[in-house]
Design a protein. Structure first.
Length: 213
């Protein structure tokens, strides 16, 4: 994740007040995701923001652990949980690169609107693979600016030039899928609600031998 944590801290409260741009697609992604949960599932979410998705998913699993680089985002998330009856949801300030978690710990790992913000996407995907139990699932929703019109693709280099903005990486959906597969996953599902929309991907963890075959 970009080291510009202060940016996310700065916008946290405004981010929490911003309505979801495409509620129907968001709810469809929630439903797709829950099809891979069970009451015994242990789930890790990276880049959880203010915890809205975590709070909606937690009732369907045994334990849900969510991380984010922004302390201000997590402060809002914890306030939300304090107002709920949830007891199986925990938060920690961390990035996937620096997360201290045993290998094979999780049944599912979620990365919603995160992968285009990572400095080293391939390395992060390999770590996610190692954190999953054999056959676990990696579920992501990612803006692929490389498939967007030129005016949107130009946002990535523009953001890299501005010291106060987070890092954005422009890549195509096929490139993202190739990176996920190279990390040792088999893609089981892809879904995109429309042009220039985030692509939703479910990928199954394979053993190292299967991944290198």
């Amino acid at each position: 994740m970009s080291t510009r944590v202060w940016f996310w801290d700065k916008i946290a409260r405004r981010y929490a007040r911003t309505p979801i741009a495409d509620q129907a697609s968001y709810e469809q992604k929630l439903a797709f995701t829950r099809a891979y949960f069970s009451p015994l599932s242990r789930v890790l979410e990276i880049g959880c923001g203010t915890g809205s998705t975590a709070i909606l998913h937690a009732p369907y699993v045994e334990h849900y652990h969510a991380i984010d680089c922004s302390g201000q985002m997590l402060e809002i998330a914890r306030q939300k949980v304090a107002e709920s009856a949830l007891e199986n949801l925990s938060f920690k300030q961390a990035t996937i690169e620096r997360l201290d978690s045993p290998e094979g710990e999780w049944d599912a790992v979620l990365a919603m609107s995160v992968l285009h913000l990572l400095d080293h996407r391939g390395k992060a995907l390999r770590k996610i693979h190692s954190l999953l139990k054999p056959g676990g699932v990696f579920i992501s929703s990612t803006v692929c600016l490389g498939d967007s019109p030129l005016k949107f693709r130009m946002l990535a280099p523009l953001f890299r030039m501005l010291p106060f903005m987070p890092r954005f990486t422009a890549f195509k959906r096929d490139e993202l899928i190739a990176d996920i597969e190279s990390a040792g996953f088999q893609v089981e599902k892809t879904w995109c609600p429309g042009p220039s929309k985030a692509v939703f991907i479910v990928a199954r963890q394979q053993s190292p031998r299967a991944a290198s075959a």
